[in-house]
Ligand binder design. Structure first.
Ligand SMILES: Nc1ncnc2c1ncn2[C@@H]1O[C@H](COP(=O)(O)OP(=O)(O)O)[C@@H](O)[C@H]1O
Ligand SMILES: [Mg+2]
Length: 259
């Protein structure tokens, strides 16, 4: 049921906020089935880029194509419908249990209408049961089986971050957009999440676009890295090449000096 991974082509994206150019003519390509990292100092434009890719912000110019289809200007639900799912930098979970949140993640795949589900018509009940089984399977894949029927509000931060990841996976995406998936986690949780992301890619063959601050994580996971600084692309290549790029070193050093 997973949407096949397709190539994501970002071409010359520019985004402005009242006088500030958050993204300036940024281009990169995420090849199908790869892990591509988008990195850069705070304020570089990484989250803005995600918001363009997922249909939340509209770019002033440039284009984004997924599997050859132009997605620029599409509303978020239409982008999700093409098989692109995302997590947010800040956790956005609704009240209710882990299962409730994962079932919301399956919304795009639900065929029975709201009324049929509410009236518990036999077809809709069968479909709900099937979706719940798949949601439980995905929860298990992320080590959440023990939490499946627990309210998300009561769970520790690291576990809630994993619920977000599980919810995105429940849409069976071909491309998963992860905005700082290990932010706020302790070192053990970070390693565990890195292993999980590697396992997701290996098991499902999907592409992952990862916004990340943790360099160790990027070096461990990414096939390709795009580096942004002040809204501009300053480097693009393998993790090894990018790590040694003078412009990248300058951008990260500048940030340390400012801190
Ligand atoms: N909705 C917004 N309105 C105004 N400025 C914004 C908005 N979103 C982001 N910015 C600005 O755009 C720049 C890039 O921000 P962001 O994409 O969040 O960076 P990053 O995720 O790399 O830290 C920053 O200067 C930020 O303050
Ligand atoms: Mg950000």
């Amino acid at each position: 049921m997973t949407a096949p991974a397709a190539r994501l082509e970002v071409r010359g994206i520019t985004v402005r906020f009242a006088g500030l150019t958050a993204l300036d003519d940024v281009s990169f390509t995420v090849e199908p089935g790869t892990v591509h990292a988008l990195i850069g100092p705070n304020g570089a434009g990484k989250s803005t880029c995600f918001n363009v890719l997922s249909g939340v912000y509209r770019a002033a110019s440039g284009s984004v194509a997924y599997g050859g289809r132009e997605i620029t200007g599409m509303p978020p639900h239409a982008v999700t419908g093409l098989g692109i799912a995302r997590t947010f930098q800040n956790i956005v979970l609704t009240a209710g249990t882990v299962a409730d949140n994962l079932m919301l993640g399956r919304h795009r795949l639900t065929r029975a209408g709201f009324a049929a589900t509410a009236l518990r018509l036999p077809g809709a009940v069968r479909e709900q049961r099937r979706h719940r089984a798949r949601a439980a399977e995905i929860a298990g894949f992320l080590g959440l089986e023990a939490h499946f029927d627990q309210p998300v509000g009561a769970l520790p931060y690291g576990v809630r971050k994993r619920v977000e990841l599980a919810r995105a996976l429940c849409a069976e995406p071909g491309l998963l957009l992860l905005d700082e998936p290990v932010a706020g986690m302790n070192p053990a949780e970070r390693l565990e999440t890195a292993d999980t992301i590697a396992a997701i890619r290996a098991a499902l063959g999907i592409s992952v676009l990862l916004v990340e601050h943790d360099m160790g994580m990027v070096m461990r996971l990414a096939d390709t890295v795009t580096v942004l600084d002040f809204g501009r692309r300053i480097a693009d290549g393998t993790p090894e090449a990018v790590q040694q790029d003078p412009a990248v070193l300058r951008a990260y050093l500048g940030q340390e000096e400012a801190a």
